[in-house]
Design a protein around this ligand. Sequence first.
Ligand code: ADP
Length: 256
Amino acid sequence: MSHTDAPLLAVTGLRKSFGDNVVLDGVDFSVAPGQVVCLIGPSGSGKTTVLRCLNGLETPDAGVVAFSDGQRHDFAQPLKGRAAKLDRAALRDRSAMVFQQNNLFPHLTVLENVIEGPVHAHGASKDAATAEAERLLGRVGLAEKRDAYPHELSGGQQQRVGIVRALALAPDVLLFDEPTSALDPELVGEVLLVLKELAEEGWTMVIVTHELAFARQVADEVVFFDDGVIVERGHPRDIFTAPTNERTRRFLDRIL
Ligand code: ADP
């Protein structure tokens, strides 16, 4: 897929404060169809908040999130009541988020966890959602776990179910918030492999990660955050080998 297409998603002037704490201080970036964008930077720099704003889990104080088909959310002009609710739902529908901890429902089987969103949020029939869930579970090597409960799975398997649950919503954009940071080191590889395969299949993905080797392999663009702003962005080859910004350099020196 070409990465020169018009952006699928464009974020401009995103601002968010929690009390006096300015967490996002004017963030602009865009994601082309099929592009993989990795957000990196120090802890507390605002990366997760960006994802949460895109997924409607936080409401920005200002900024515009616009999609290539014309859907547009201007947070400087807040809507009220029912219109605000519909607007939030429309934004939430564009993306699906995979969290650090997979947040699976402990009392539901793997299959029930996966079909819950399509059936309850999207109104899909149970049969259609089940067929799609089985197909997706097969793709990540978990077909035989469909009737297992989350506690019967390893952390890596649980996270793969979390990814399938996001895929089952058929979002335009997949959002990953440090999807491997809660895993034991030996389980990280299997989850990163699934992410790589999704990237190769052409999914549009925004990934917050501390796995810099992974970002280097998979990202089309790396965006470096510090203190609520983007200080540098570019191809991983350039960012990791020749960062131009002092703050990026210091961060990479500490980590690499
Ligand atoms: P990162 O993902 O880069 O580690 P975050 O987006 O998680 O950064 O957090 C950025 C800042 O926002 C931190 O100072 C964090 O404490 C603060 N923050 C995030 N969510 C909330 C919240 N719900 N209430 C108050 N402060 C928050």
